[in-house]
Design a protein around this ligand. Sequence first.
Ligand code: TRP
Length: 450
Amino acid sequence: MGERDNFSNRFGALVALIGSAVGLGNLWRFPYLVGRNGGAAFIIIYICIVLVICLPLMLCEMVVGRRSKSNVFGAFRKLAPGSHWNIIGILAVLSAVTILSFYSVVGGWTLAYLVKSLGFGFHAVAKGDGAAFSGIFKDFVTSPVQPLLYTLAFMAITGFVVIFGVNRGIEKTSKWMMPIMLVMIVGIVIWSMTLPGSSAGFRYLFKPDFSHVGWNTVLAALGQAFFSLSLGAGTIMTYASYIRKDENILRISAGTVLGDTVFAILAGCAIMPAVFSYGVSPAQGPGLVFVVLPNIFANMPMGSIIAIMFFIILFFAAITSSISLMEVPVAFLIEECHMKRKTAVLVSFVSILALGCVCSLSQGVLGGVKIFGKSIFDFFDFMSANIFMTIGGLLLVIFVGWKLGKAAFKDEMTNGGRLHGANWLLDFFFFIIKFAAPAVIAVIFFTNLI
Ligand code: TRP
């Protein structure tokens, strides 16, 4: 098998992890959720949840990954030989593959819209004709061939990066994509602020309104934080297995959480002021980025340039998340099935693409096929978010809290006692991992089922 790759330093690990975390979740789901759930009230709740529940969860993945230096399955063979804990690894691979199956379809859409914006395609449509834009989007996603080709292209790019491995593929790509994204999104935020009437957008985002806050708000924030931080599908665990033994994984985790949250808020500040300035309603999900925004771009001064920048951001965000998802099955196939990296990528590429095609077609020709009353696309989303990821996450915190134990947790977090200073913090996080996190995840699991 040879030497395992490592991220070359802390910065390399950090950009790769932030690259995984910052994705479609930040750019289209977060801004909408904020507006709908009481603005700053939601942001405050979100940040609390991220710090109190999600950061400890991330530490669990970090500890298991870096301590074992193995893929998600082998990790448990090393840390708990002869046990059945490696079922967590199986669940992680299943989560990663199902998520990527529909993520790659949306990734394909971002690529398609990037190509359209590069051809200045949005100006060709009648200005301000909202129906025309939703028509274009519907026609595109329901057509049988075009979206498949874009999904194929998106997965091919993902595979191409992953083939080059951790260092020359994942790290190198993240190192140039992430700074470009940051500069561009800051640029759009500044430009957004100059639009007439943009302050309504900022009010929508930041005016704290606790009257809407309830149990549902907390659940929405939890689900969003889970997805946005790439938890529960083995991506953090896999990346952590490439972090050197002398790096401070508490700092790296905190940096990842900070980077992801800042990016989500920047995305809100880029999108919502423009939406309000043009007096359109902030729709959810695909509608926002693929219908509402193109309509705005077509109408505004310099809209073509902003459109190109925006779809580059969206595409980069999707690609850096997608490579982290693909690395989960790839590392598994390399280390457990003794495949060469090239073969492992090819096997993952073909299987995910096949599932992705089915997901894509379920938007159109296969729209009539329902599993438990859901389209195939929604079913994949449901299975990964509500079944595989939650059960996997639950088992993982139980594993770290009750099987691996506090001594091993602290040993790994402090690099064998060489790092000092965060003792009480580690005690606090371990307490959460052992008692609070399993309870919270179990509640989410059952609430989502009913
Ligand atoms: N976090 C990414 C986003 O916000 C998506 C993602 C990557 C993900 N890896 C994951 C989600 C693992 C859940 C689990 O779009």
